[in-house]
Design a protein around this ligand. Structure first.
Ligand code: PCA
Length: 213
């Protein structure tokens, strides 16, 4: 089984991005039984998807897990859905700030993750790690990458893929009193569980994880 796992570089004035820190650590720590390809995507609308597409085309992975930082969230968020829109609150690292632009003008309005997100949430909670199903990956670079990834999957039916958002690290939250955080060790432990459940589970569990407004 070949797995591609990606994080992002720092953005929005932060010095680090926990997604790349945790992804690079899991790649160092993974045993020989997994072929893990780790990559740090630029936090740029254009550059991120170009790089992801090249990685998928050259490695042809069986599983792709894209990971990004969601500052302000308190749990590991298994993203359910990617939407076909870019609407940037801040410019990306290349200075680009698209507003209300479709990612693929002729593409579907949305794509669902093909990861077993409910089974993953259950396994993470059982391991003592806060986790949730999220129904929005935002409208910035993470949603852009998630949408582009699922758009690629149309032609690669054997490839399972999805997106995971992770909280701030304690050192990031310390600068923003009240913001929740998670230790890097727990994030790395979470990624190991996400990989294992994604590889082991067939169809997802039918558990309630929805919300009402
Ligand atoms: N988080 C941003 C982009 C890069 C990252 O780690 C987002 O949620 O869109």
């Amino acid at each position: 089984m070949k797995i591609l796992i990606t994080g992002f570089d720092a953005f929005g004035g932060e010095a680090v991005n926990p997604s790349w820190l945790s992804v690079s650590r899991i790649c160092q720590e993974a045993g020989d039984e997994l072929t893990l390809i780790g990559a740090c995507l630029p936090t740029e609308f254009s550059g991120s998807l170009t790089m992801l597409q090249q990685l998928v085309e050259s490695h042809r992975p069986d599983l792709v897990i894209a990971v990004g930082q969601a500052g302000g969230r308190s749990s590991i968020s298994l993203e359910r859905v990617a939407i076909n829109i870019d609407d940037a609150r801040i410019p990306d690292n290349a200075g680009w700030q698209p507003i209300d632009e479709p990612i693929h003008p002729a593409g579907e309005a949305a794509y669902f993750s093909s990861l077993p997100i409910k089974a993953i949430v259950q396994a993470l909670r059982t391991a003592g790690i806060p986790a949730e199903v999220s129904n929005t990956a935002g409208t910035y670079v993470c949603n852009h990458v998630f949408y582009g990834l699922m758009h690629l999957c149309r032609h690669l039916p054997g490839m399972r893929a999805g997106f995971v958002h992770i909280p701030y690290l304690p050192e990031q939250a310390a600068k923003q009193p009240g913001a929740p955080s998670m230790a890097l060790d727990d994030m790395v432990r979470a990624l190991a569980i996400i990989l294992r459940i994604s590889l082991d589970s067939g169809t997802d569990l039918r558990l309630n994880a929805g919300t009402e407004c």
